[in-house]
Ligand binder design. Structure first.
Ligand SMILES: *Cc1c(COP(=O)(O)O)cnc(C)c1O
Length: 495
């Protein structure tokens, strides 16, 4: 399997090379040149396998330059060794009215772990395969979840270092504590005076500074990124859609070949794009439901074909979906049109004017598979309350958005195919909002007390990683000005 750029002007690469590069040289994203196809027998065969074994079978179709042994090693390090607090890794909870695909049983209690536990292993293996001698330094700007999940994945992975910048005072207390207690000889986390955009722009400038890259190369350090444009982060996400289907088959909830729907809480369009790949491969999916919060740029795009990022930005109780540029949409446009020149033109228009409009033929093809809607914070909290009342299940805020939109879909279309709501975070991760939705208003400041309250209410076990925060020592204490970021990177690179 080879990989090419969505913008058509980069070399064809192997998977290992695409994973090392992250972004293509022409600014595009790497996509596979062909989509492997699965048979009904393949789907049946998954039912008796563990998550790790399911992942081995599916990823082998895409990462053809990795040997079976290499892949198995990577997968054991990512999903084995008790790293997840449920042996099924991505269990499906079958409720009365719907099914919940829980993607938050990893070490940081958010779905980012599903990919960020594996990406560092795939990258480390790729570096060895290519005989890369330099250290790869991963730079991340985070608004909360990605930073911790990336650090947890890259901690002590040979040949790599990871440095995370976050806005000082701009992440939740739990998120900050999760990051500041991260162990590993190769990790650094630094607060930046400023907001998330300052941190992100600082990182982007470092990536675009050729002289700085030269300076790092003299230290035998090569920069790379761990965000969801990397194929090594997207491919692992395809697995859990197959896994969910296999679990529904195994539980007798569906017959082989029956179509199901997925509702996905969407930000950067990575999670739902992985579902699209699963559909292209032959997984029986009827509709992919794209759920947004008040930053509903994708709802508008999927309904009208106009992508317009020039709009007010809202801070919501679903911060991981507070995003106005969904990078992975570029991959969808490429597969729908198979026209790299056209994709390049749209992306150029987006950069210059903040908007682009796709033609009617393209929109019709997208709408044949995708359905979109959104809900605001009130709708989100209302759904948490209803879910608890009706199903005795407590979803996190992001999951509640997808659940609410799934219900809207059913009402509007009358489609009664089995629904899977993709659950992207443990409710503990957003405990204050979840408790408030459940009517607990006199909330204490202390996180530990809040966890105990949510435990009493939901009967869900407090995730290991979050419970351990109580007594974990703070290991990092770095704060810098926006202008100092590059100097801090250089100092860490030399260490
Ligand atoms: C990142 C994230 C999302 C959005 O996923 P995308 O792949 O960016 O669309 C949704 N929910 C949570 C909790 C997340 O961390």
């Amino acid at each position: 399997m080879r990989y090419i750029s969505t913008r058509g002007n980069a070399e064809e690469l192997t998977a290992a090379e695409a994973i090392i590069n992250g972004l293509a040289a022409d600014g595009g994203l790497y996509v596979p040149t062909a989509i492997p196809q699965v048979t009904p027998e393949f789907l049946t065969s998954l039912t008796t396998l563990s998550y790790e074994e399911r992942a081995a079978k599916i990823l082998a179709l895409f990462l053809t330059d990795y040997t079976a042994g290499e892949l198995r090693n990577c997968l054991t390090r990512a999903y084995g060794d008790d790293k997840f607090d449920d042996p099924r890794c991505a269990p499906v909870e079958c409720l009365t009215d719907t099914n919940i695909l829980e993607l938050w049983h990893g070490p940081t209690s958010a779905f980012k772990d599903m990919a960020l536990q594996l990406l560092p292993q795939l990258l480390g293996t790729a570096l060895r395969k290519k005989g890369e001698e330099r250290t790869v330094l991963i730079l991340v700007a985070t608004s909360g979840d990605t930073g911790k999940a990336a650090m947890a994945g890259f901690a002590d992975v040979p040949g790599t270092k990871i440095m995370v910048f976050y806005p000082h005072g701009g992440v939740s207390p739990v998120q900050e504590k999760q990051m500041l207690t991260q162990k590993g000889a190769n990790v650094n986390v630094t607060a930046v005076r400023g907001n998330f955009d300052d941190a992100q722009n600082g990182v982007k400038e470092i990536f675009n500074d050729a002289a700085f890259s030269e300076e790092l190369l003299r230290q035998d350090v090569k920069l790379s990124s761990a965000n969801s444009i990397n194929w090594g982060r997207l491919a692992p996400q395809i697995v859990y859609y197959f896994s969910a289907y296999a679990d529904l088959l195994k539980a007798g909830k569906i017959q082989l070949g029956a179509e199901i729907n997925f509702s996905v809480p969407t930000g950067n369009f990575g999670d739902i794009l992985a579902a699209y790949y699963a559909k292209l491969m032959g997984l029986p999916i009827h509709k992919l439901i794209c759920a947004s919060n008040a930053n509903n740029v994708l709802t508008d795009f999927l309904r009208t074909g106009l992508y317009d990022r020039k709009r007010p930005f809202f801070k919501t109780i679903t911060p991981s979906m507070d995003i106005l540029i969904s990078s992975n949409l570029e991959r969808l446009l490429y597969h729908i049109t198979e026209n790299a020149a056209q994709v390049k033109a749209w992306m150029e228009e987006l950069r210059q004017t903040g908007r682009y409009q796709v033609d009617e033929g393209t929109l019709a093809k997208i709408q044949a598979l995708f359905w979109a809607d959104w809900t605001d914070d009130e709708g989100t909290k209302d759904m948490i309350r209803l879910a608890f009342a009706r199903e005795n299940y407590v979803p996190d805020t992001h999951t509640a958005v997808a659940w609410r939109v799934a219900e809207n879909y059913r009402k509007e279309t009358g489609d009664s195919r089995p629904m899977v709501v993709v659950s992207t975070a443990s409710p503990y991760k957003f405990a204050p909002h979840v408790l408030a939705a459940l009517g607990e208003n006199d909330l204490p400041e202390d996180e530990a007390v809040m966890f105990d309250r949510l435990h009493k209410k939901s009967k869900l076990t407090i995730p290991r990683g979050l419970a351990a925060l109580r007594n974990a020592p703070l290991l990092h204490n770095n704060l810098c000005q926006r202008e100092e970021m590059a100097a801090r990177v250089l100092a860490f690179a030399k260490k």
